[in-house]
Ligand binder design. Sequence first.
Ligand code: ZEM
Length: 291
Amino acid sequence: YFYSSELTTAEADWKKVNYYNVYKDIADLLEDEDYDDGSYGPVFVRLAWHASGTYSKKDRTGGSTGGTIRFHPEANYGANAGLHVARERLEPLKKKYPHISYADLYTLAGVVAIQELGGPVVPWRPGRPDAITAAAVAATPDGRLPDAAQGADHVRDIFYRMGFNDQEIVALEGAHALGRCHTDRSGFDGPWNASPTAFTNFLFTELLDNTWVPKKWDGPFQYVDKATGQFMMLPADIAFKTDPKFRQYVEQYAKDQDLFFADFSKAFVKLLELGVQFPEDAPVYQFKPLE
Ligand code: ZEM
């Protein structure tokens, strides 16, 4: 998926964009009965997360700034497999609103998806600048996103590097209530629960309520629920059940959806703003969900 000329457009100007209109137009792109479980919402959330989760607080590189995820080599890192689907779905909006930066568009798409799939309001600010060519920025190094095959130590290494604590990490992991794994993207297979297009605290309830057993197949090692075999957990997800410090938050969020929503919103705002130097006069939007 080599993007160069097509996605390299004129410089963004965040003040010239009506973000209420962009919000509405992203919301209109969510539903599609021919795609996955009927919604692009989950893959928009994954795009926003992968665009942002490369941040390192040590050297202040990475993060959503620059919209660098659209350029080779970052676009082609293994962790980002399949995200061209989300970028291509959003591309008409870059044509319609040429002044929005890709970095703002991709992060806003994650916010719209969370809200329109029934999640909390996520305050969002515009003003992330775009890199105009891949050469204009040093490439974001590979290996900054978590490896699903690993456990709690690795998950902590990755998220502590971004500046998150254990509670925030667990809250963010709750996004796995949404969407599914694809054998042609990550190699893993299946949704985490029965309602992958609704933002819920089901990642936590499913983790605790089911017995998770190794899936018998030729693919990468993962878990399925013992009762039906329909739902999945990654090895990294299971670490949230087995690690005592993570598990205390899993138990809280399984019991208290409002607490999860409030904590998720705060942590997701932080994620989307990692490493971004916003213009001082950029307002914070709190969009009302459309329905
Ligand atoms: Zn995910 N995630 N993620 N994640 N993720 C996948 C899918 C989705 C991990 C991971 O390896 C994977 C966060 C944290 C972590 C979403 C959101 C967020 C997939 C499947 C994998 C393998 C990709 C595929 O095959 O399509 C690991 C190891 C994580 C941390 C330990 C955080 C944080 C997220 C947002 C806040 C979402 C929404 C999906 C579903 C995408 C889709 O297309 O349905």
